[in-house]
Design a binder for this molecule. Structure first.
Ligand code: NAD
Length: 504
């Protein structure tokens, strides 16, 4: 596809031009070629989308459908996502730098799974519960119903544009809400495509809207909009904090999926072939641009040299290149800005005294020079107080930290403001699970990393955020409960509760 694709907002079931007529370029990070343009959204564009979402919600066109009716439409949507796999995977790879191998193999299926999970889990949560009427109660029938929240906002980052959006719209829609979403400025088009597919699958107009634009205008307007009942945000801890402040003024519900600096603990009983592949996978999946990337690698001091050597031999064999080539393992960094951030942290690491065992440079030879490619980088000689070890880099940089005993490894692993993920490499199941119990993070993997499942909750401890996505837990985040108390003695002269005021 050589021509520039032109998109509009998706509002009220149709492609809708932006108010200002201004657009933003979307580029391929492997070539810097402009591949698409989207509207630069304004506050009025947000107001329009929110008004339509509110109207759709109040009309009951979606909220009043039965769970079965909504499930049927969401399953059709899920099937349509899979039918459009090639196109969605291509567009996601083209704009986010994700390898086509991954978007074809994982991402599109994960979107479809998020929809299926919302449907399946909805059958496990009580939508109607009856409270017991105890003998000393005045006769009454008390029941508790689970209802939608209203209009939700979903704000997502650029690293997994489709998956992170699906983790929000799938549960929001299943529970009967309307939603207005904002994709990241650099990766907006696959979410627009998904909103259109949702509409074609039977989601009524106004229920699923997407407004493109900057975080400071569109994101801000959504997080502070008086007609938004809930904000679901995935992104940096810094912006998450601002979003929480804005939402607090309107007492909106908020879920925050924020940054991380996850540890990978190699125990001395680990299988080293497994452990070294795990540590590479942990920091190089999506070129290290994953919130729960394993970027602090804790190794027994006496095994450090052997482990680093084995890792480097394996890293050398990984093909780095254009993400659209199915042979590519590691694609470009998603933007010039993110490449700058990675280079800045590598410099800081060197200045603070860590040594580079492998990589450390931007790749500029031949075709690499047109894109944002950076060598996989392994730092040794690190300690847990160094800036590049403590702060999230969001790039292909691994920091090796030696430890002397397991208690020390656990202490270093937990010495972080973040608590999103952690992994343990060990062949001793009991020992690995004992370590898992001691780790303060929302997910712990044993002999794997990045293994997120639609049917298991995902979220952060500490400054990695609050609330959970996926599992049955996420359906609670997009619904609320109402207690209905029905007095069964509707006779003012006999109703004992009125005696309190002397009414009878
Ligand atoms: P970011 O915080 O810069 O942006 C995230 C989204 O917020 C974007 O859509 C952006 O336009 C919007 N935004 C920016 N300023 C805003 C504002 N003032 N008000 C409202 N919205 C605003 O993050 P990013 O650079 O796109 O993504 C990388 C970050 O996301 C990393 O910190 C990473 O750890 C985090 N992340 C977390 C998870 C998770 O599940 N915990 C998953 C992926 C990424």
């Amino acid at each position: 596809m050589s021509s520039v694709m032109e998109y509009q907002h998706f509002i009220n079931g149709q492609w809708t031009p932006g108010e200002s007529g201004e657009t933003m370029d979307v580029i391929n990070p492997a070539t810097q070629e402009v591949v698409a343009q989207v509207p630069k959204g304004t506050v009025n564009d947000v107001n329009k989308a929110v008004a339509n979402a509110r109207e759709a919600f109040e009309s009951g066109v979606w909220a009043n459908k039965s769970m079965e009716e909504r499930a049927e439409i969401l399953l059709k949507f899920s099937t349509n996502v899979l039918k459009n796999k090639n196109r969605l995977a291509y567009l996601e790879s083209l704009t986010s730098g994700s390898t086509i191998r991954r978007t074809m193999g994982i991402d599109v299926t994960a979107v479809s799974d998020a929809l299926k999970n919302a449907v399946q889990r909805s059958q496990e949560i009580p939508l109607l519960e009856h409270a017991m009427c105890l003998p000393w109660h005045i006769p009454q029938h008390s029941y508790i119903v689970r209802e939608p929240l209203g209009v939700c906002a979903g704000i997502v980052p650029w690293n997994f544009p489709m998956i992170l959006a699906a983790w929000k719209f799938a549960p929001a829609l299943m529970m009967g809400n309307s939603i207005v979403m904002k994709p990241a400025s650099i990766t907006p088009i696959t979410l627009l495509e998904l909103a259109n597919l949702a509409h074609e699958s039977g989601i009524p107009a106004g229920v699923f809207n997407v407004v493109t634009g900057s975080g400071s205008v569109v994101g801000n307007a959504l997080a502070s909009h008086p007609e938004i009942d809930k904000v679901a945000f995935t992104g940096s801890t810094e912006v998450g904090r601002q979003v929480a402040h804005m939402a607090a003024d309107g007492i909106k519900r908020v879920t925050l999926e924020l940054g991380g600096k996850s540890p990978t603990i190699v125990l001395d009983d680990a299988d080293l072939d497994m452990a070294t592949s795990l540590c590479i996978h942990a920091f190089l999946y999506h070129t290290g641009q994953v919130c729960e990337s394993g970027t602090r690698m804790l190794v027994p001091r006496k095994m450090q040299d052997q482990i680093v050597e084995m890792m480097i031999e394996k890293i050398k064999k990984l093909p780095i290149g254009n993400q659209l080539n199915p042979a590519t393992s590691i694609g470009p960094i998603a933007s010039a800005e993110q490449l700058e951030t990675v280079m800045k942290y590598v410099d800081i690491g060197k200045k603070e005294g860590a040594q580079i065992a492998y990589g450390g440079n931007r790749m500029t030879d031949g075709a690499y020079g047109q894109g944002f490619f950076f060598e996989p980088t392994v730092f040794v000689g690190c300690n847990n107080q160094m800036t590049h070890v403590r702060e999230e880099i969001f790039g292909p940089v691994q920091c090796v930290l030696p430890y002397d005993d397991v208690e020390e490894a656990i202490a270093i692993a937990n010495d972080s403001p973040y608590g999103l993920g952690a992994s343990i490499a060990s062949m001793n199941a009991t020992r690995a699970q004992w370590v898992a119990k001691k780790i303060r993070s929302g997910t712990v993997w044993i002999n794997t990393h990045h293994m997120l499942r639609a049917d298991a909750p995902f979220g952060g401890y500490k400054q990695s955020g609050y609330g959970r996505e996926n599992g049955a837990h996420v359906l609670m985040e997009y619904s609320q409960v109402k207690h209905v108390c029905h007095n069964l003695v509707p006779d003012a002269s006999k109703y004992r509760y009125f005696k309190v005021l002397g009414l009878n």
